[in-house]
Design a binder for this molecule. Sequence first.
Ligand code: PGU
Length: 401
Amino acid sequence: MIQRNKCIENIKAAYLFPEIAKRRREYAAAHPEAKIISLGVGNTTEAILPHIDQGLTEGAKRLGTAEGYSGYTDEGFEELRKKISEVFYTGSFTVDEVFISDGAKCDIGRLQLLFGAKTEVAVQDPSYPVYVDGSVLAGAAGGWSGTGYQGITYLPCTAENGYFPDLDGLPKNALFYFCSPNNPTGATANREQLAALVKAAREKGVLIIFDAAYAEYIRDPVLPKSIFEIDGARTCAIEVNSFSKPAGFTGVRLGWTIVPRDLKYASGESVNADWARVCGTIFNGASNIAQWGALAALDAQGLKEMKELCDFYLGNAALIRGALRKLGIDCAGGDNSPYIWARFPGRDSWDVFAEILEKCQVVTTPGAGFGPAGQGFIRFSAFGHRQDVEEACARLAKLKG
Ligand code: PGU
């Protein structure tokens, strides 16, 4: 029989979120009366707002007309690529530097193909599990050592360093996944920090994959929403982004990736040209309907709706953070991000997860699932209906004592 891919063997256990869903199901089976509320996976809950929804439905209707029909769109509608450049990057990228995807996670997975199994990988610790698990699947990291995967450099992001890593630990010529606003800590890097990151990356020949999936949650006007607000980033960074969290497109599926033409490998060859080649080979473009929705999201009315939606979830975040602080639980995040990172010193985060589920019937995400430095933390997601979030906040009082 055919052999199993060794890289899959190296993966420690189930992907974090299905594991949480399994524990929730087990709890629900044992407690059929429980009204469980999820503040676990960051999955949007609110209806798509009317103008953006109209973009989607009109897009679907177009496909039923001779004039409006479209098939494969490869790297995406040119009009959408242009609009993304204008709205998010002051028009500074040409259409061939903007690649439309079916979501940030999908591109994070595919991007590894550019660099291969020999790549050194560094991550913020804790981090979105796809960076590490994707690297293991691509063969760029080895087996589980008990505290982390062999071959991955974990750069701790803790309360002590303001959730920004010590860049001296960044290996040379590595791929560095960096997420701001951060999942899971909720920390948002400021301009000086990102400038230091770009400087270190350029000095060390590091390529940054900057995940800006939560950029539209930034409310502080001085905080950068993109790595490309920093001079020099075009020669050392790729940015992935998504309509999932600002437009409620988690189920619609649409994102984009910026690969600057100035970005070169050690050999001098173009990363952009290779990315076009990879996408052309294993990706047949994003849904046309989703792209019509995204175009609606990027006009004046759509941008207003995206802000409204993010404000709603930020309102939830403020409620959760307030409830935790009232209990004396130290927490970060929640002001420019939809995640709250709560500290339970000296505790195993899976134990705290189980305690919150049992006492409050609230599902969270254990910090250890995001990396070794996540031990002793719980991530609360602000994606939920207001009534559920209010109810969850009231139940959290049961954690007292
Ligand atoms: N990037 C980051 C940093 C994310 O947190 C998520 C979703 C994505 C990308 C995915 O974006 P798409 O455009 O929708 O592909 N993170 C959620 C959902 C769990 C998951 O496995 O993606 C979370 O709870 O962390």
